[in-house]
Design a protein. Sequence first.
Length: 334
Amino acid sequence: MDDYYYSDQDESVSETRETLPAQMEDGVSYNLQVETKVENFVSRTFHLDPLGDAGIAKGFRSDIFEKLKSVKFPSEVAHMADAECSGEVDLAEDGDDDADSPAGEDRIRPGINSPQVRYETLCNVTTRNNQKSFLDLFPNRFASCIKRGKDGDWRETSQFHHLSDEEMIESIEGRAPFLRACMADKETRLIVVMIERDSYYRTVEGLAKIRDCLQCIGVNQLKLFVSDESEQWQLFGFFSKPVSSTRISSLLSSWLRRNGIVPGTAGVSLFPGPDPFCFPLQKGFAWINDSGHTIVARNEVSPEAALALFIADMERTEIDGEELIERLDQVLNQ
């Protein structure tokens, strides 16, 4: 998870303070302060004590710098303040040292009922911004649907019911008693190829055919997920600005058909389309590779971390939707 989460993420580094004891050759001790900051992440002060008498070199101790270089930001630091406040982790008290721990070193211990403490808890401002970015992807809140269990059928809610932000957040945080889906709006910032169980296009070869077809029109960084407990695969493409839902769906469907992939058959369909769309990050959602193996499941990370990962995927891979429409117009009219 750590490698996947941070490998492509841009990080601005400038100020989380660490106070490091150092020692000169004359035996005079003093504190060396190193300041780093991960933008939009919570930081806290922690202390690294000397690791014994070995390793004292001229100037600063090399082992302290080696330990500092081994610290991963934000994954090993950023979550500590929020986690400590929420009771997810405990800081060892002075004098409460493990036998194999450096004397006096602050240690992070998992809380008794916290299997997820290794994942980041982001600051409230970042989480609110991520929530807004996510909610903006689904502007049509009327005619939403609900489903209980992976084998249930989608049922429409009242035509007067407006799916609220709070209800959507409840769903992506895993607190809803059922799955929720929404209908397409007149404009969209995403296009999704949905692949059902037992479809040929869930094989490595079949999925590669879809990817190759889309790469030919410049859609190169599609993200693959399992949508929910129904195990539907969803291949996401993101746009930097909204485009006409009808236009992009019609053009992309025509392009796929030209290449032998017919939406509506063989377990393949598109969103935007006529069917309800189970929005991401609900129960059963997971990041997967093209072989269908889980990279990380939604229930393995905190809601904040899962949302941040999804938004980071969107921001890294979004393309100009209007340019894609123009390109499809050209190739289909040749």
